[in-house]
Design a protein around this ligand. Structure first.
Ligand SMILES: Cc1ncc(COP(=O)(O)O)c(C=O)c1O
Length: 367
C-alpha cells in the first residue's frame, strides 16, 4: 500500500465515515490504568455476571478432547437444548458468536444501500453503528423523556424503505421494557422487528411467545449476561422460519467455536446454578436501588436488567465516574447528549454494592 490516498480509495465510504467504536478496555488495562491489582477491580461497567459461569463449564472445557476438530457448523446439540429452553422449534434458532454477530448477519441479510433501519435511542449503540456500516440509513425515533418508546414517532419513521425496526427490551441502558401491547402495535406496522432480549432473564417476562403469532419478529438473546459466558462469545436468535434458509446461506460456516458450544451444553446441565445467580442479582438489584436512593448523589431508574441507569444529582457524571475508577470501581459513562449526566452501574455481589456505596459516600463529601 502506498500512502494515504491509495488506502482511502480502497476503503468503502461507509467504513471511512464510521466513528470508531471503543469498547471498554479489558480488566488488566483498567487495573494498570489506576495502578491497582486486577483482584481489586470491581467491574460494574459491562453487565457481566460477577458470579461467573457454572463450574460444570470449566470441567467440560478441561475434559474436551476435540478442539483440533472444527465445531458443528449447525450447533445442533445446543440448538436442541435451546429449543427446550425457549419452547421454540430448533429449526427457527440460529447461533452466533455473541448476539453482536447476529445483528451483523441481520444487516448483511437485509440491507441494500439506502435502506432504512429504525432505532429508538437512547439504546444499545451497536444497532446504529453497524447499520451505517452496512450502508443503511438510520432513522431515529427517540424515546420519550421517561425513556418509554414513542410509538407514534416509530410509526411516523416507517417508509417504503424501512427494512428493520430494532428494539431492545429490557433496554440497555435505561432498563425499562416494552409492553406486549406496544410490541403488538409495532408488529402490526409491517416491517421486520428485531427485538433484543439480551437481559430478559433478569426481567419479569419475555415477548418471545409473540414470535408464534407474528412472522415479522426476530428475538435475539445471549449467554453473555445471565449465564456468565461473555468471554466465550455465544448468542442466539429465534427467527421467522422463512428467513432461515437465507441465514444459513450467509452465516460464516464455523462462526461459533467448540468451546462456546460445549460451555452452553454444560450451562444447561447446571441450569439451577445459573438461575440461582440470576435470582441473587435480582435481589441485589433491589438492594442497590434502595441504597443508592438513600445517598442523594445518584438517582437510579427502575430496571428490569442487571444494571441501573442513574442520574447524577450532584457534581457531574464524568467526575463521579473518574473518582470511582480511581478507587477501582468501574461504571459506564456516556458521550451521548441524551445520556448526559447519567451513569450505568451493573448489579454486582452484595460486597460490590457495599464498596460502591462506601466509595460514593466518600466522593460525595468532596464534591
Ligand atoms: C442490548 C444488548 N444486545 C447485545 C449485546 C451483545 O451481546 P453479546 O455479548 O452476545 O454479543 C449487549 C452487550 O452489551 C447488549 O447490551
Amino acid at each position: 500500500m502506498q500512502g494515504e490516498i491509495e488506502t482511502r480509495r480502497l476503503i468503502r465510504d461507509a467504513v471511512a465515515r464510521l466513528a470508531p467504536y471503543t469498547p471498554m478496555p479489558p480488566i488488566e488495562r483498567l487495573a494498570e490504568g489506576v495502578g491497582l491489582p486486577v483482584e481489586r477491580i470491581i467491574k460494574l461497567d459491562q453487565n457481566e455476571n460477577p458470579y461467573g459461569c457454572s463450574l460444570r463449564v470449566q470441567e467440560a472445557l478441561a475434559a474436551h478432547d476435540r478442539f483440533h476438530l472444527y465445531p458443528d457448523p449447525e450447533g445442533r446439540a445446543v440448538r436442541r437444548r435451546l429449543a427446550a429452553y425457549t419452547e421454540m422449534p430448533a429449526e427457527r434458532i440460529l447461533l452466533g458468536s455473541g448476539a453482536d454477530e447476529l445483528i451483523d448477519l441481520l444487516y448483511l441479510l437485509t440491507i441494500d444501500p439506502g435502506d432504512e433501519v429504525i432505532v429508538a435511542p437512547p439504546t444499545f449503540g451497536v444497532y446504529k453503528a453497524r447499520a451505517e456500516l452496512f450502508g443503511a440509513t438510520v432513522v431515529e425515533a427517540p424515546r420519550r423523556p421517561d425513556f418509554g418508546l414513542d410509538l407514534e414517532a416509530i410509526g411516523r419513521a416507517v417508509t417504503p424503505r424501512t427494512k428493520l425496526i430494532t428494539l431492545v427490551s429490557p433496554n440497555n441502558p435505561t432498563g425499562n421494557v416494552a409492553s406486549t401491547e406496544q410490541l403488538v402495535r409495532l408488529l402490526r406496522l409491517g416491517p421486520l422487528i428485531v427485538l433484543d432480549e439480551a437481559y430478559v432473564e433478569f426481567a419479569q417476562r419475555s415477548a418471545l411467545p409473540l414470535a408464534r403469532e407474528f412472522d415479522n419478529l426476530v428475538v435475539l438473546r445471549t449467554f453473555s449476561k445471565w449465564a456468565g459466558l461473555a468471554g466465550l462469545r455465544i448468542g442466539y436468535g429465534v427467527f421467522p422460519l422463512d428467513l432461515m434458509p437465507y441465514l444459513w446461506k450467509i452465516k460464516p460456516p464455523f462462526n461459533v467455536n467448540a468451546a462456546a458450544l460445549a460451555a452452553v451444553e454444560a450451562t444447561f446441565d447446571d441450569l439451577a446454578y445459573v438461575r440461582s445467580t440470576v435470582v441473587r442479582l435480582k435481589v441485589e438489584r433491589g438492594r442497590l436501588f434502595r441504597q443508592l436512593r438513600k445517598l442523594n448523589l445518584l438517582q437510579p431508574l427502575p430496571s428490569q436488567g442487571n444494571f441501573l441507569l442513574c442520574r447524577v444529582l450532584r457534581g457531574d457524571a464524568r467526575t463521579v465516574r473518574a473518582r470511582l475508577a480511581d478507587l477501582g470501581i468501574m461504571v459506564r459513562g456516556y458521550d451521548d447528549p441524551a445520556l448526559e449526566g447519567y451513569l450505568r452501574i451493573t448489579v454486582g455481589r452484595p460486597e460490590d454494592t457495599d464498596l460502591l456505596v462506601k466509595a460514593l459516600i466518600a466522593i460525595a463529601e468532596h464534591l
